[in-house]
Design a protein around this ligand. Structure first.
Ligand code: S3P
Length: 181
């Protein structure tokens, strides 16, 4: 069985962009938890937050993660809050290799663009400081969930993707050898 390649990390670390390229190069389907939620819920993420609140959005996340983790041979990009839920962590870790993408705050801000379209940043006075604080609070959860860590700051996506794929192949080969022993 080919394990899933799961990209996790804070918003603006390049998970979706890198994930799409990894999927293309591995010739596997690409699945983005946020995109699947939008499809299932029939409305955009900011609208789910506005109409039903964050708790309902997190329930959607759990549902789509359970669905995705039951599949194999996929490249998966996760929303920045997915790995704060221990059930999601257990399911995704069991389903494959988990790669944490990190980036410095200036790179995150550049990628995030208009904060008003991001529910976690839309109503804060100082988005830069909020990103620093929220990322610092979440970093231990991300790090404990990950098999590998790749930094995307100031690097072309092709280089990030190359590193992800090389280390993913090494890790899955090592894990398979250990399982055989
Ligand atoms: C969130 C990150 C977003 C999206 C939602 C909540 C978060 O995804 O799931 O707005 O809690 O960090 P990205 O990490 O893909 O931006």
């Amino acid at each position: 069985m080919a394990k899933n390649l799961v990209l996790i990390g804070f918003m603006g670390t390049g998970k979706s962009t890198a994930g799409k390229q990894c999927a293309r190069l591995l010739n596997r389907p690409f699945i983005d938890t946020d995109a699947l939620i939008v499809e299932r819920a029939g409305k955009p993420i900011p609208q789910i937050f506005a109409d039903e609140g964050e708790a309902v959005f997190r329930e959607w996340e759990q549902r789509v993660v359970a669905e995705i983790a039951a599949g194999e041979n996929q490249v998966v990009s996760t929303g920045g809050g997915v790995m704060l839920n221990p059930n999601n962590v257990a399911l995704l870790r069991a389903s494959g290799c988990v790669v944490l993408l990190t980036a410095k705050t200036f790179a995150i801000m550049r990628r995030v663009g208009d904060c008003r379209t991001r529910p976690m940043l839309a109503n804060v006075k100082d988005p830069y400081t909020h990103v620093v604080e929220l990322n610092a609070k979440r970093a231990p959860y991300y790090e404990l969930s990950a098999d590998l860590l790749v930094d995307s700051t100031d690097r072309p996506v092709e280089e990030v993707v190359k590193e992800i794929l090389e280390r993913y192949e090494q890790t899955t080969a090592r894990q398979a050898a250990e399982e055989e022993r």
